[in-house]
Write a protein that binds this ligand. Sequence first.
Ligand code: VG1
Ligand code: CO
Length: 544
Amino acid sequence: MSVVRVNTQPLAGQKPGTSGLRKTVAEFSRPGYLENFVQSIFNALGDCSGKSLALGGDGRFYNRQAAQVILRMAAANGFSRVVVGRGALLSTPAASCIIRKYGLDGGIVLSASHNPGGPEGDFGIKFNGANGGPAPESVSSAIHAATTRLDHYLVLDTPDIDLDRLGTVTLGSTTVEVIDPVADYADLMASLFDFPRIASLLGHRRFHMCFDAMHAITGPYALEILERRLGAPPGTVINAVPLEDFGGGHPDPNLAHAGDLVARMNGDEPLAFGAASDGDGDRNMVLGSGVFINPCDSLAILAANATAIPAYSGGLAGIARSMPTSRAVDRVAADLGIPCFETPTGWKFFGNLMDADRITLCGEESFGTGSSHVREKDGLWAVLFWLNLIAALSKPARTILREHWQRYGRDYFTRHDYEAVDADKAAALVEAVRERLPELPGQCLGGHTVQAADDFCYTDPVDGSVSAGQGLRILFTDGARIVYRLSGTGTAGATLRVYYDSYQRDPALLELAPQRALATLIAAGDELAGISRLLGRTQPDVIT
Ligand code: VG1
Ligand code: CO
């Protein structure tokens, strides 16, 4: 078993985006592509000898092969310990949990999250630090810089190890521990929530729920927690077996993609509660009977009722949301008298705030909600939070939602995605709006008067780091808002995301369909950016 030094040269485009490096499987499986990026992570870390790592992924195509390569490279680079989920599986929140619980120096998560999988799909790799959270921009930049000057990588000349058997294997001088990917995470959930109370809710003959794992990583986690530990009837978790191609579906929990769940909710025996998660288990969608709970509202509701949950009974230190997320949670924070932070898109921006105890809960409009129990967004955690809330308040989800709107008013929200558009055209569209920002205040667009317009720039209140160019914001005098930004997770062309939200207090106008409530704003957003004209698209590909 010897360390082999393989000469290589920099490969273009190995720049992490919103959440790690995401490319097509075809690109990732090019000779040296994965190896170059992994070596660049290790180089950015400096001397790896004696360091420890967590390793696992969402089980998509190429997960297993990549895990074996990474183990051989970790061993060659001197890591003393790698903790791997059995089958090379770990959900993103479970990886975060394991890094923190075992006191590891970091972790590598193999996932392209909500992007489709399979040989024709996408693959991805994310690096998380010792706090269990996604690498901050400074670390991602160091990794990218390392990719541009790489001339060799190190790999141990040794066969694959059996990752399906629990136990310890030695690889050179590295100890590889294959652990149950679910147990530690399930124990953490049991420590946060009132499991006996949730179990009695799930055992109630009139409460029926469904959790759609979408053939992605949360299947085994949801089976263990919902069906085994909490006693939900068998069959509560659907699409529970993780598949390398997610069954050909798009593992993104929203009304457009979680078709099986939506069908059950609207079936002959309507359910009281439905939920789904994404490829790597960090997103969540929650549905009450007859209602979709927008993630922005969900965050606000969890914050407003957090003290009903054992883990948060002492109150919240503060709250944060990503900039495009609606301001529903800001109203709750103001009411509770706690700080509310507005961060750029991407979970990496919440880490410092949580490490410094400035926030307890945080979330994004993109079906991401989480707390300081780990440093990633956490799909099943959000589902358990909702179940605990329904049990503690003895109210159905839809009543909790409606009462929230009545108390705080409603922030109508929608996101329109234009996918796989020509990258140059998308960049030109955004640039043209950016140039017009200074002249917009005072102008009237579709009946809404612009109050302010800017390109969002974030200064991290903990370490002072500055992240510029995080999305164009158009704020209106009536409280409405339009945000334009380009996705940093796609692999084909560009994806333009346009976010619309407006605030409504009139009790008679709280139950409109969001597309209707936001219609004038949507027309104004299209007109201002010239979306139909410049992109040739009359309709978004996905509306959430
Ligand atoms: C998207 C979402 C963002 C989220 C990111 C990673 O990024 O908008 O809110 O943090 O995905 O989520 P972008 O740059 O495409 O808008 V996950 O569950 O895909 O790791
Ligand atoms: Co995800």
